[in-house]
Design a protein around this ligand. Structure first.
Ligand code: G3H
Ligand code: 13P
Ligand code: ZN
Length: 306
């Protein structure tokens, strides 16, 4: 069942669990995530970035996701990090049920203006809008407290922004960042800041850059030639604290990429005589499925589909 994000995220925030949002670029990722969602009885958000759309084509992606949504599992078809209006319009024309307008790199007023435009276009079609305020960056990247305060989400500004734009959910910056190299030293999120934001913004909050970079998966990839160095992600304990404090949508891409890489590398090494792509990709799909199932358990979204 294809649903607007709002329908899943409002109950998630109210009941203190989070809906997983996985980045989808191809059939293998999609099948792995849907199989996990069915097994765990979890609602799911299937999101495509502008890069995914450029890679696979929005016609293929939206058609595949529509097939995934034809069953009992509530599915959101979501545009991740829409930065250009043309991708938002493309998503709306292709039946997406949710779009993100990411104006976080723009000056505040411009972010408000473009987000308002997207809210108007999307709400006219019953489509939910995620917006973002603050810059995603690891806390260690800031050299001073002043710089940290200037870049991470300011609670008062977030409240004004939510009110002015009429967005349905809000992505916030509390120390996470995209990719596999999130922290150089100790992993750390600004949960005190999140608490202040959640006290003022009653919308479902969204955590980007939330992959955990699982050690066991990293090891499989490295034992088959990957060079991942100091790759490090967000701790499960921090994810739980974020969910307790208003985060209702959690974005995961890197953890699936790692599982895909580990599975493919292992299969290519272990099956030197095999040339059938289906056999080479199957272990990667199974590993991504397992990673997705663990996220659903961690986020408390399992068992939410009756
Ligand atoms: O926002 C980052 C997501 O991991 C999507 O990445 O733009 O390479 O598809 P991408
Ligand atoms: P990760 O890189 O931590 O998986 O974050 C993905 C994300 O935020 C997509 O929007
Ligand atoms: Zn993101």
């Amino acid at each position: 069942m294809l649903v607007p994000a709002k329908k899943l995220l409002i109950p998630a925030r109210a009941k203190n669990y989070a809906v997983p949002a996985f980045n989808v670029n191809n059939l293998e990722v999609l099948k792995a995530v849907m199989s996990a969602a069915e097994k765990m009885r979890s609602p799911v958000i299937l999101q495509t970035s502008e890069g995914a759309i450029d890679y696979a084509g929005i016609e293929y992606l939206s058609a595949m996701i529509r097939v995934a949504a034809a069953g009992k599992i509530p599915v959101v078809m979501h545009l991740d990090h829409g930065k250009e209006l043309r991708y938002v319009k493309m998503a709306l024309a292709h039946g997406y049920s949710s779009v993100m307008m990411d104006g976080s790199a723009l000056p505040y007023r411009k972010n408000v203006a473009i987000t308002k435009t997207v809210v108007r276009l999307a709400h006219a079609k019953g489509v939910s809008v995620e917006a973002e305020i603050g810059a995603l960056a690891g806390i260690e990247d800031f050299v001073s407290v002043e710089e940290k305060d200037a870049k991470l989400t300011n609670p008062d500004e977030a409240a004004r922004f939510a009110e002015k734009t009429g967005c349905d959910s809000l992505a916030i910056a509390i120390g996470t960042s995209h990719g596999a190299f999130k922290f150089k030293g100790k992993t750390h999120l600004d949960i005190a800041r999140l608490k202040r934001i959640a006290g003022l913004v009653k919308l479902p909050l969204v955590l980007h850059g939330a992959s955990g970079v699982r050690e066991d998966v990293k090891k499989i990839a490295e034992s088959h030639g990957a060079k991942l160095g100091e790759a490090r992600g967000v701790l499960d304990a921090d994810i739980r604290a974020a969910i307790r404090n208003g985060v209702a949508k959690i974005n995961i891409d890197t953890d699936l990429r790692l599982a895909f890489t580990a599975g493919v590398r292992e299969a290519v090494d272990d099956l030197p005589k095999v040339i059938d792509p289906r056999k080479l990709l199957e272990p990667a799909t199974l590993l991504m499925r397992e990673v997705a199932m663990k996220k659903m358990k961690l986020f408390g979204s399992d068992g939410r589909v009756r």
